[in-house]
Design a protein around this ligand. Structure first.
Ligand code: NAD
Length: 329
């Protein structure tokens, strides 16, 4: 049986993989994949990795030296993989779509929670404080949502926004005019997204073009009180700039499922630690900021699909079939 070294394992990953796997010996490691842990994959045929694993030149060279041929990303994003370094050494496959609804619905949950102050109301009523002061929200109906990235998740989020009666404008270098016509949204320049949106939601991948797409300059152009939702990748937002804009009350609220320095923190219990990240600590301390730890994907349906497609990707590779989910430069 081919062996797969599975990094950054959590109980919820294991459950779905164990249920669906019959063709492989899977060795589960709790550690993230880094240059120090790559050795755990010695004599394995494949490595299964996730969003915060480090898959740079050193790690790729080490894995390749240990005989690993295949990198199974059990996620959609692959910005943490050095594809150039992988060329000729490791075949990289991913799960391009497991449940766009899971992520879009979480983005909407962040928006609704922040707007209607559900996070504060929950704590108040638990303490038998039934007052309403400070809990005023606004109708989403009639507000403008600016969507950056209109792929699978962006489309699912647009449908939710339209369901709430919002106007939607969107930016994507590859516009989907057919969807725009069918759903009733309009493509616009990034400047228009920044200046006209009441809510901005990020659904583009992290690339050299999108890194820090939300920065001091872009936030200067935004409406006062804009809500920013990020369920894509942390580095889309310059967090220090976001903190400044929140402090100056230019940004009304931020819902962050991802954070640019999340790798050492997210998915782990750090409740007993002093967090050595002032920006994150200050963001978390704000009543109008909601941070969730990269959980937008976490639905039963998504976990099932991730395990199923990852195992199918392995079957295709080891069975010599064509790789529809291969990622190349
Ligand atoms: P997708 O490939 O279907 O869509 C991405 C869209 O972004 C495409 O339409 C593409 O043209 C567009 N795009 C590319 N460059 C752009 C740019 N410079 N500006 C604006 N748009 C640009 O991907 P998807 O499945 O919709 O996923 C989107 C992102 O969501 C992923 O890249 C990933 O980072 C993130 N994600 C997060 C979670 C989570 O749990 N938080 C889970 C899955 C995916």
């Amino acid at each position: 049986m081919k062996k797969i070294a599975f990094f950054d394992t959590k109980s919820y990953d294991r459950e779905s993989f164990d249920r669906l796997n019959s063709n492989y010996t899977i060795i589960y490691f709790e550690d993230r994949l880094t240059v120090d842990t790559a050795v755990l994959a010695k004599d394995c045929d494949a490595v299964c990795a996730f969003v915060n694993d480090v898959i740079n030149t050193e790690v790729i060279d080490a894995l390749s030296g240990y005989g690993v041929k295949l990198l199974l990303m059990r996620c959609a994003g692959y910005n943490n993989v050095d594809l150039k370094a992988a060329q000729g050494k490791l075949t990289v496959v991913r799960v391009p779509a497991y449940s766009p609804y899971a992520v879009a619905e979480h983005a909407m949950a962040l928006l609704l929670t922040l707007n209607r102050k559900i996070h504060k109301a929950y704590l108040r009523t638990r303490d038998h404080n039934f007052t309403l002061g400070g809990l005023t929200g606004f109708d989403l109906h009639g507000k403008t949502a600016g969507i950056i990235g209109t792929g699978k998740i962006g489309q699912a989020f647009i449908s939710l926004c339209k369901g709430f009666g919002m106007n939607v404008i969107a930016y994507d270098p590859y516009p989907n005019e057919q969807a725009a016509g069918e759903k009733g949204y309009e493509y616009a320049s990034l400047d228009r997204i920044f200046s006209e949106s009441d809510i901005i939601s990020l659904h583009c991948p992290l690339t050299s073009q999108t890194r820090y797409i939300i920065n001091d300059e872009s936030m200067e152009k935004m409406k006062n009180g804009v809500y920013i939702i990020n369920t894509s990748r942390g580095k889309l937002i310059d967090s220090a700039a976001l903190l400044r804009a929140l402090r100056e009350k230019r940004v009304g609220a931020a819902g962050l499922d991802v954070y640019e320095e999340e790798a050492e923190l997210f998915f782990e219990d750090r409740s007993g630690d002093i967090i050595d990240d002032e920006t994150l600590s200050l963001l978390i301390s704000m009543p109008n900021v909601l941070v969730t730890s990269h959980q937008a994907f976490l639905t039963k349906e998504a976990l099932e699909k991730i395990a199923q497609v990852t195992l199918e990707n392995a079957d295709a590779f080891f069975g010599g079939a064509s790789l529809e989910n291969q990622v190349t430069l």
